[in-house]
Design a protein around this ligand. Structure first.
Ligand code: PLP
Length: 364
C-alpha cells in the first residue's frame, strides 16, 4: 500500500483538503463563488507576500507557463532563457513556439544559474524578456530570483522577468527588488491540492505590455481573466472542487503561519539532505543552491533506478521519482512539499537506507 507519495507533485492531500474537494457544486456566476474566489486570491497574496494580481487558471503548471508567454511575449521578441534543467528547457520551448527569438544560457545538471554569465549575456545583447525557473524540479536546484532580478533591473531598458515557481512558491518566499513581472505556480505542489489549477501572479507594471500584445490567445487570455476578475468571476467555468481544496489548504498554511510553513520546508530539506549524505549519497546541487522542496541525489554505482524504486514501493510503500532526459537512471528525486513532517522524512531515510544496503545494491 502507498504510504509515502514523495514524487515532486502531485503531493499528498491533508484530510481537510480531501473533505473540501467533496463539497457540493455552486453557481460559478453567483455571489457565493465570487466571495470564495476573491477570498482565495487574497489568501494567495497573503501567503506569498506578493502584491501581484493573481489568476486561477484551470490548467496544470505548463498551462500557467504558456499563459505567461502568450500574454507577455510578442512574436519576434528577444528572450533569454536561463536553463538549469528539464523545466527551464520547457519554458524556452513554449516561448519559441510563440515566435520568440530564444537564446538559452544552459548550466550543467545540479548547477544554479551563474550570475556572471547572465550579466555578460545581458551586456552582449538586448533582451525583451528573461525566463527563469525558481526551483528546477529535475535537479533540485533553487535559483536566486533576487540576484537575477537585480542584474536585470540594472540595465538601461530592463527586460521583463518571468519566473516558473511551480514547485517552490508557497514553501519558498520570492524576495526580490523589483519583484518578477510574472510568477507561475501550480496546485499539486506545495499547495497540497490536486493537479489542475495554475496560479499566475501578474505585476501591475507588466499590464500595458500584456494589453498591447498582438499574440493570439483565447482560453489563456489574462486580459479576459482580469476583466472577469474585477467582478469576482473567471471567464470560463472554474474548477470548483480544486478551488474549494485550495481554500482549505491556504487556511492550513495561514494557521501554521506562512513563515513557519517555509521554515518547516527548510528544516525538513536540510535533515533529508544530511540523512542522505550519511547514507553515502551525493546530492546534485551544492548545499547553498539546494531547494527546500525537491531533492535529487546521484544513484550509487551499480544501483538501477527501476529496481531501487520498485523495492521502495513494494517493501515500504514509498513512491519516488527518477531522473529525466540525460539524468534518467542516474539520479532519483524526492518531493518534500506541503503535507510532510519530521516523521515522514525519518521514515523515508530509513527505507532508502534499508533498500540501498540490503536490497537494490545486493542484487547487482
Ligand atoms: C518547475 C516546474 N515547471 C513546470 C512544471 C509543469 O507543471 P505541470 O506538470 O503541472 O504542467 C513542473 C511540474 O513538475 C515543474 O516542476
Amino acid at each position: 500500500m502507498l504510504r509515502e507519495l514523495r514524487v515532486p507533485g502531485p503531493t499528498p492531500l491533508p484530510p481537510q483538503v480531501q473533505e473540501a474537494l467533496a463539497r457540493p457544486m455552486i453557481n460559478h456566476r453567483g455571489r457565493e463563488f465570487r466571495e470564495l474566489h476573491q477570498q482565495v486570491r487574497a489568501k494567495l497574496q497573503q501567503v506569498t507576500g506578493l502584491p501581484h494580481e493573481v489568476f486561477l487558471l484551470t490548467a496544470s503548471g505548463t498551462g500557467g507557463l504558456e499563459a505567461a508567454i502568450c500574454n507577455c511575449i510578442r512574436p519576434g521578441d528577444r528572450v533569454l532563457a536561463l536553463v538549469t534543467g528539464h523545466f527551464g528547457q520547457r519554458f524556452a520551448a513554449i516561448a519559441r513556439r510563440y515566435g520568440a527569438l530564444v537564446e538559452c544560457l544552459r548550466f550543467p545538471p545540479g548547477q544554479a544559474v551563474d550570475q556572471a554569465a547572465v550579466s555578460l549575456e545581458l551586456d552582449r545583447a538586448h533582451y525583451d524578456a528573461v525566463l527563469l525557473t525558481h526551483c528546477e524540479t529535475s535537479t533540485g536546484v533553487l535559483n536566486d530570483v533576487g540576484a537575477i532580478s537585480r542584474l536585470i533591473a540594472a540595465r538601461p531598458k530592463p527586460p521583463a522577468l518571468l519566473v516558473d515557481a511551480v514547485s517552490s512558491l508557497g514553501a519558498v518566499r520570492i524576495e526580490a527588488d523589483p519583484l518578477p513581472d510574472i510568477i507561475v505556480t501550480a496546485s499539486q505542489k506545495a499547495w497540497m491540492t490536486p493537479p489542475g489549477l495554475s496560479m499566475v501572479f501578474v505585476s501591475s507594471e507588466i499590464w500595458p505590455r500584456i494589453e498591447a500584445n498582438p499574440s493570439p490567445r483565447y482560453y489563456l487570455d489574462l486580459v479576459a481573466a482580469r476583466r472577469y476578475g474585477e467582478r469576482g468571476e473567471t471567464p470560463w467555468t472554474p474548477a470548483l472542487p480544486l478551488i474549494y481544496g485550495l481554500d482549505a489548504a491556504l487556511d492550513l498554511i495561514l494557521a501554521e503561519g506562512s513563515t513557519a510553513f517555509c521554515d518547516r520546508h527548510q528544516r525538513l530539506a536540510r535533515r533529508l539532505r544530511a540523512g542522505l549524505r550519511s547514507l553515502g549519497l551525493v546530492i546534485l546541487p551544492a548545499e547553498k543552491d539546494a531547494s527546500p522542496t525537491v531533492t535529487a541525489a546521484w544513484l550509487p554505482q551499480g544501483v538501477q533506478y527501476d529496481a531501487f524504486a520498485a523495492e521502495l514501493r513494494e517493501r515500504f510503500g514509498v513512491e519516488l521519482a527518477g531522473g529525466q532526459d540525460e539524468l534518467k537512471n542516474r539520479i532519483f528525486r524526492i518531493g518534500h512539499m506541503g503535507h510532510i513532517y519530521e516523521e515522514n522524512v525519518e521514515y523515508l531515510l530509513s527505507a532508502i537506507g534499508d533498500v540501498l544496503h540490503t536490497g537494490a545494491r545486493g542484487k547487482e
